[in-house]
Structures are given as C-alpha cells and as structure tokens.
Design a protein around this ligand. Structure first.
Ligand SMILES: *Cc1c(COP(=O)(O)O)cnc(C)c1O
Length: 392
C-alpha cells in the first residue's frame, strides 16, 4: 500500500482553517459577501478579494485544504464535478485528440459524446487497464488523457504511473488528468503517480454527507493552475461560499470516514463473495479482483464502492432491491455516510446503450453499493435479509 502523506488527517483539519485573525473564531466564518471593499481604486485589502466569483474566503480556504490533501501545490473548486471536467476541456481546441476510458462516469461520457464530439473533438474510448491499448490510441495531436480508476461501475483499476509515463513519453505536453472521485485523496493521490491534474466530484466522499454538489481539481503545475484559474473566473463555474463551507467541514473528517468506508466495504465484499446467491463480486480489496496487486500498490485504501452480480436476472435483482429495508437507501450517488444501493442498468447507467452495457458487463443482475459508515453488522444484516427474498 502507498503510505499516506505525512499528517494527511492533521492537514485536512487545519490547512485553510486557521483561527480567524480578527475574532479568533476557531472555525473561519461563512463569508457571503459578493464584493469586497478596496482601500484605493485597484488596491484590495491584504487578503486580496475583490469580487466573489474571482475569489472569496471560503473557497480559497477549501482550495488550500484540497491542494494539501491531493499532495498538490494548487487547487480550484467548481460548481460540480461535471463543471470541473468542462473547465479542464476549455484548455483544448477541437483539432485536439483526447484518449479516455471505455467505462467512465456516465456524465463524463455524456460530456465527451454529446458536448465535445459534436464540436469536432476526436475522442478515443479505450480499456485503460491495458497500457498498450492506450499507447496505441495516442496520435500526434493527443493533448489529454482522461482516466478514471477504479471505473464505474465495474471497478476496473488502471495503472496511473505507467499510463502517465507512457503519455509523457509520447508527448511531454500531453495532460494526464485522473478523476479520483471513487477513492478520494485519502485512498489515492494521482499527482504522486505522475498525473498533471486530479479531479474530484466533491459531492461524493470529500463532502461526504449527501448535501453538497461541488467539484475540485488540484495540480503541481503553476502555469497550468494559472490558466485554469483564469478559465474558472472567465466561465464562472464556481461554487457558493456556503457549499465551500460545507465541503470544507466534510473534508476535515475525510480520514476518519474513509477508514470506516474501507473497513466496512472490505467486510461486506467478503460476505457477498461467500454468499450462495451472489455470482461475482468486484472489489479491489479482494484477492479475486483482477487488478488486486496493482490496487494494493498504487492506492492507500480500497474504498467504499462494491459492485456485485446476483445469480439470476432482472426479476431477481428487483426481488433483492425491493426487499432492502435499511440502513441501505435505494438511490443514485455515492460517498456519503449513508449506505446507498442502486441498479446501474436502470438507474445511473441507463443512458449507456444496451450493447455497450453488455460489452462492459453492466448486466441486469449487477448491483452497485456505496458502503456507508453505519455499524457494519447492520449493513450486512440488510443485505442478508434482502438476499433471502431472492428466489432463484
Ligand atoms: C458524480 C461523479 C462525477 C460528477 O460529479 P458531479 O458533482 O455530480 O457533477 C464525476 N465523476 C465521477 C466518478 C462521479 O461519481
């Protein structure tokens, strides 16, 4: 396992959250002001804020904390994870070529296929677990490699260090961006593995309480940061101060929550793998996972997401999901303290064409879990009782 950076938990609690210099408030106040007084025209107060789209205290504080969590030097917060991807894409022009995975977040696929491609962008969708296949997809004008590992929903793991090295060998200026949403910076830090940009849907594990929609990116490249900061301000895809406040509060407990997500999911994955009504379980922490060794090497935890295939078909999946009593809630999204369960073929991935779903293994018996941090015995009990309602 890759060790956590020194003081991950301490930094998450303290960086960007220093006591307020004016009042001593231990938690920096929520600053709703949209504009900031200047001492003389063009001369702001020492904190440097002028207008809240450009910068405001709560967003800057959260961005500092995210930069530290991702082992980066700079970070930017956005109105959503989707807005983060769209803003990164503004670095490109339509004659640029992009390589990405064939099993990425549905909203990212939608952006690539229905926003970028109609404008003329050429995008190759490849199996990123196969470094040779990715390398073969590179063209002279490939400017971005957009990775997601583990993938959603089948939890395939890609080798970030090998892919970033191959991309930079092909073209030192190619940007390697990793969507780190499924693991969070507690479990994986792509910048340490050679990525240029790491992106998160903060809506998931980082905020962690299913009450914020927000995104963030981090980087170690100062020039790239300045360009992205310009785009963030020019496009205006910024989160509100209150969302930054909530996300920052969530980040402070990320280490404690993630440790529980990891241990609860490991136990639930083992329970499911041993269950006679379960055909197969995908969880990177299981020895049976095809990239278990790689996950153990490049991650510092295996995460809270589990995908499994029930024996039987759609009828049996319905029997199972309708019998769920709680703590699981049948709902889309992931990463909150609450355990969530969903059926990708009907819910999150219904927009993926049926033949592509079949090729990726997203069958009607596939169920995705976001294992929360309730008592693990209660989580297991709910699954066990619901499995009794499956009549094969
Ligand atoms: C949810 C999600 C996104 C999009 O984030 P939003 O905050 O919902 O816009 C991107 N990538 C992954 C892997 C996600 O799970």
């Amino acid at each position: 396992m890759l060790p956590l950076p020194r003081s991950f938990a301490t930094n998450a609690i303290h960086i960007g959250s220093e006591p307020d210099p004016h009042t001593g408030a231990v938690v920096p106040p929520l600053s709703l002001s949209s504009t900031f007084a200047q001492k003389s025209p063009g001369v702001p107060f020492p904190a440097g804020h002028e207008y809240a789209r450009t910068s405001n205290p709560n967003r800057i504080a959260f961005e500092r904390a995210i930069a530290a969590a991702e082992a980066g030097t700079h970070a930017l917060a956005f109105a959503s994870g989707s807005a983060t991807l769209a803003t990164i894409f503004e670095l490109l022009v339509p004659s640029d070529h992009v390589v990405t995975g064939d099993d990425i977040y549905g909203g990212s696929t939608r952006y690539f296929r229905r926003v970028a491609m109609p404008k003329g962008f050429e995008i190759a969708f490849v199996d990123t677990t196969d470094v040779a296949a990715v390398t073969a997809a590179f063209k002279p004008n490939t400017k971005l490699l957009w990775l997601e590992t583990p993938t959603n929903p089948t939890l395939k793991v890609s080798d970030i260090a090998a892919l970033a090295a191959a991309a930079h060998r092909h073209n030192p200026a190619m940007l390697v961006a990793v969507d780190n949403t499924f693991l969070s910076p507690f479990n994986q830090r792509p910048l340490e593995l050679g990525a240029d940009i790491v992106s998160n849907s903060v809506s998931k594990f980082i905020a962690g309480h299913d009450d914020v929609v927000m995104g963030a990116l981090a980087t170690r490249n100062e020039a790239l940061f300045q360009r992205l900061k310009f785009l963030q301000n020019a496009i205006g895809s910024v989160p509100s101060p209150f969302d930054c406040f909530l996300a920052h509060r969530g980040l402070k407990t990320l280490a404690a929550r993630m440790a529980l997500h990891n241990s609860n999911a490991q136990r639930i994955a083992a329970f499911l793998e041993a269950h006679p009504k379960v055909a197969r379980v995908a969880y990177p922490g299981l020895k049976s996972h095809p990239q278990h060794e790689l996950a153990a090497r490049q991650q510092s935890g295996f995460g809270g997401m589990i995908t499994f295939w029930l024996k039987g078909d759609l009828k049996h999946a319905r029997q199972f999901l309708e019998a769920i009593k709680g703590p699981f809630t049948l709902a889309e999204s992931l990463g909150g303290v609450e355990s969530l369960i969903e059926h990708p073929a009907i819910m999150t991935h219904s927009s993926v064409p049926a033949e592509q779903r079949a090729a990726l293994g997203i069958s009607d018996s596939l169920v995705r879990l976001s294992v929360g941090i309730e008592d693990v015995a209660d989580i297991e009990c709910d699954l066990a009782q619901a499995l009794e309602h499956v009549h094969l």
